[in-house]
Write a protein that binds this ligand. Structure first.
Ligand code: BES
Ligand code: ZN
Length: 644
């Protein structure tokens, strides 16, 4: 090598090394722009919140103060916060957290998706801002329940749901996952009720209507959570437990008794659980989600209490978020797959370790089926993992793409590089980015540096750009195989062909997952015309209209009466599709008693496909709407074009 070549070589080496170092430390660079927040954390950054509220059930409001401690990065810039429908009484600023002086503020114009900005000019050296405010009775992040909507029927109940951008409807803050805060809170409630938060309870076991909390780890705003109601607690393990209303607590404790085992398993896989306690709050049935990973206190729908632990994958999922999501967080809602795709992947690994490979593969196969349904219907841009959500409600990105396509991508990495190597990579990823919010670009840089570049031949098999930036799934994507499901399909075909009657299908040992696969498979065949056209235009000889075939199943297995929410949901969806009338009263009861959006939205959508169905949907919705959560209401209003 001549001198120049040698110089060039060294130069390139230095540059490459430099870039890699910068990539490795990419987390210190300013994160990508969050289109879903007005906040200016690059200039003024909120570090800590001190919250203080009275919970006023008669007015359906929280009323009190939020003290924000800020870092002044650009000392002349004002503080900009996110708000939605907050009633701001007054604002004060302080240099020492002791003496406060009145301050001015301006509220920007209100956007339907983003709410309104709140700009507070700060005096030199001021580092605390105290905001006196109350929430609106219709705040999008709160649901106020009448006693009749609870299991106990005696006391009211309130709970929050901050993800994705609803924290701003109950706290004025920088509502972007890029900003992490620690917090304390003091909450005053009616004496007989208990308040719980996504934080450590500092007030001991006393139920006196005055509760204090502290969250010492910095968390993004969407993980701040509060619930107040007539709650009881039952320990599950040394650091795990469950809260629920008195009529539900025993059932909940039994159903969730594997929780401690799941925590131990996840620690073994991905390193220490860093949040102290792990408790689960089982909410009333109007909770719009299956679960929400509020740190230290997962919020969960009561519809997972099936009686046989068959739906506890939800706990594995929300627990997994304690690593993927709460520890390493998406920096913007376009990076949401970093939260949910990683979490579904972890969830399946936990399931495998606790309940075995067969169960895991069934869940993976059901997940792939859901993904394929989305891929068949979503427009191309919405099939992209690293989705563009500018100008859109981040909720619109909450499809099976970030969840199932994201998980499949990680599974592809695992299969390509081998489990041992991939597990090591994931553990180091969680450690490296712990308590940070990162972008997809930062993940890719870390992946390249720590996995791909170390195994270049294997890396060639992974089309990273296609996974992240193209619609559909790569041809080389993993294909979960469930022998149990293959047997279910065989049985289903024999019944569809009338080789056996329904009673003769060997269902005795079927799990919930096998039932779900059976029903979905039967529906697929029916839709393909196996038992006559869906509209029953022509019925081939020897077959019957789908409703008649559903009746056969119902007689044998009493599916209309199923107490398993997933099975009931699937059955009711089929009932609408196939015009199976005997399930109608159950459908109505289901829609009037459960507010979980994953269930009610598809049911209303299915009803709305025919004029009579739409009329029925509107009749039911008129009664159900006042009992649904604002987030669910927004979705169903859209489905039924409801004008209030
Ligand atoms: N973090 C989500 C819930 C969520 C996502 C709320 C986006 C608001 C916006 C939670 O971890 C979740 O994924 N829940 C699932 C259950 C899970 C087992 C797939 C749900 O609620 O259906
Ligand atoms: Zn999740």
């Amino acid at each position: 090598m001549n001198r120049f070549a040698r110089f060039l070589f060294c130069f390139c080496l230095v540059i490459t090394f430099g870039i890699n170092m910068a990539e490795a430390q990419g987390n210190r660079e300013p994160a990508a722009q969050d289109f879903h927040s007005y906040a200016n954390p690059a200039a003024v950054r909120v570090r800590h919140l001190d919250l203080d509220w009275d919970v006023l059930f008669d007015q359906k409001i929280l009323k009190g103060t939020a003290v924000l401690t800020v870092d002044r990065i650009s000392p002349t810039q004002p503080l900009i916060l996110d708000t939605r429908d907050l009633n701001i009484e007054k604002v004060e600023t302080s240099l020492d957290g002791v003496n406060y002086s009145p301050a001015t503020f301006t509220i920007g114009s209100s956007d339907k998706i983003l709410g309104a900005s709140m700009t507070i000019p700060l005096p030199a050296k001021a580092n605390r801002v105290r905001i006196h405010y109350s929430t609106a009775p219709g705040a999008s992040g709160l649901q106020w329940l009448e006693p009749t909507q609870t299991a106990g029927k005696k006391d009211p109940f309130v709970f929050t749901q901050s993800e994705a951008i609803h924290a701003r409807s109950w706290i004025p803050l920088q509502d972007t996952p890029q900003v992490r805060v620690t917090y304390t809170a003091r909450v005053r409630t009616p004496r007989q009720l208990l308040a719980v938060m996504s934080a450590e309870n500092l007030s001991g076991p006393a139920r006196d209507g005055d509760y204090s909390f502290r969250m010492r780890q910095p968390i993004p705003s969407y993980l701040i959570a509060l619930a107040v109601g007539d709650l009881r607690f039952k320990a599950l393990g040394s650091r795990t437990g469950v809260y629920a209303e008195p009529p539900v607590i025993d059932l909940a404790a039994k159903e969730l008794s594997d929780t401690e085992k799941m925590v131990v398993t996840t620690e073994r896989l991905y390193g220490p659980y860093r949040w102290g306690r792990y408790d689960i709050l089982v909410l009333p049935p109007s909770f719009p989600y299956g679960g929400m990973e509020n740190p230290r206190l997962t919020f969960a729908t009561p519809t997972i209490l099936a009686g046989d632990k068959s739906l506890v994958s939800l706990v594995a999922h929300e627990l997994a978020h304690s690593w993927s999501g709460n520890l390493v967080t998406n920096a913007t809602w376009s990076d949401f797959w970093l939260n949910e795709g990683f979490t579904v992947y972890l969830e399946r690994r936990i399931l495998e370790a606790v309940y075995g490979h067969a169960r895991e593969e069934m869940e993976a196969a059901l997940g792939l089926r859901d993904l394929n349904e989305d891929l068949a219907t979503l427009p191309d841009p919405d099939e992209i993992l690293h989705i563009d959500l500018k100008g859109r409600d981040p909720d619109e990105g909450s499809t099976d793409i970030p969840y199932e396509k994201g998980a499949l991508f990680l599974r592809h990495l695992e299969e390509t590089f081998g489990r041992a190597r991939f597990d090591r990579f994931l553990r180091s990823y969680f450690n490296h980015f712990a308590f940070q919010s990162i972008t997809t670009e930062q993940f890719v840089a870390y992946l390249k540096l720590n996995l791909l570049s170390k195994n270049p031949t294997l890396a060639e098999r992974v089309p990273v750009d296609e996974w992240l930036n193209k619609p559909g799934i790569p041809a080389s994507a993993p294909k979960p195989v469930s022998p149990a499901f293959a047997r279910v399909e065989e049985q289903a075909m024999r019944w569809l062909r009338r080789e056996v009657t329904a009673e003769k299908i060997p269902t005795a040992k079927w799990t919930t997952q096998e039932w779900l696969h059976f029903l979905k498979f039967v529906q697929d065949q029916v839709s393909k015309g196996f038992v006559g056209d869906r509209i029953v235009l022509s019925v081939p000889p020897g077959t019957a209209p789908p409703a008649a075939r559903m009746e056969e199943l119902d007689k044998a297995f009493h599916l209309t009466r199923s107490g398993n929410s997933e099975i009931a949901f699937q059955w009711l969806l089929m009932s609408i599709r196939n015009r199976y009338e005997p399930a109608s009263p159950r459908l109505e009861e289901f829609l009037l008693s459960i507010g979980r959006r994953k269930f009610i939205k598809p049911l209303y959508e299915e009803l709305a496909k025919t004029p009579q169905g739409k009329e029925r949907a509107l009749r039911i919705y008129a009664r159900a709407r006042p009992t649904y959560h604002p987030i669910a209401v927004a979705s169903i209003d859209e489905v039924l074009k409801w004008k209030s």
